[in-house]
Design a protein around this ligand. Structure first.
Ligand code: FEO
Length: 175
């Protein structure tokens, strides 16, 4: 059975992951509003990933006889000044989430919770990937600036991202 401190921290992280999904869903709305459908498509896939992250934490609690307690989500921002501004916000958000995962790893060590520590290793690697991907898009958008054809090209590239069909099971190595 999971300890109370770790249970509370995982419930808080479920909220963080769902707020990530909510933020990115808000960005889908923003990209749709300015006609960048490829970026909207990319963010939709990101929303699915974040829900899958929340479910990994949810399933971990259930498997260890913990109690899931869902918390209220904060209202996300709805406007950004440019696609670059939105992806910079996404990168900053992923850096924030990396800090939260790191705090959980520290807590697992303090609590001698090896099961949580093993589960969290997947998230440590995932955050490296999440930051690298967002950072690459920020760099691309910064390089093209306000160049119309460049923006269309990046939009097309991001639109090729394949959405997830179902959330990955808690014990798989999937996205
Ligand atoms: Fe769930 Fe994008 O980190």
């Amino acid at each position: 059975m999971i300890g109370e401190r770790m249970q509370d921290a995982i419930n808080a992280q479920i909220k963080e992951e769902m707020e990530s999904a909510y933020l990115y869903l808000s960005m889908v709305g923003y990209f749709e509003s300015i006609g960048l459908e490829g970026m909207a498509q990319w963010m939709k896939a990101q929303v699915q990933e974040e829900v899958a992250h929340a479910m990994r934490f949810f399933d971990h609690l259930v498997e260890r006889d913990g109690r899931v307690k869902l918390l209220a989500l904060a209202e996300p921002k709805t406007e950004w000044s440019s696609p670059l501004d939105a992806f910079q916000a996404a990168l900053a958000h992923e850096e924030y989430i990396t800090g939260k995962i790191s705090d959980l790893v520290t807590l697992a060590a303090e609590e001698n919770d090896h099961a949580a520590a093993i589960m969290l290793q997947w998230f440590v690697s995932e955050q490296v990937e999440e930051e690298a991907t967002a950072s690459r898009i920020v760099d691309l958008l910064a390089r093209i600036g306000t160049d119309g054809p460049g923006l269309v090209m990046v939009d097309r590239e991001l639109g090729a991202r394949v959405p997830m069909c179902t959330p990955a099971p808690a014990d798989s190595d999937g996205e």
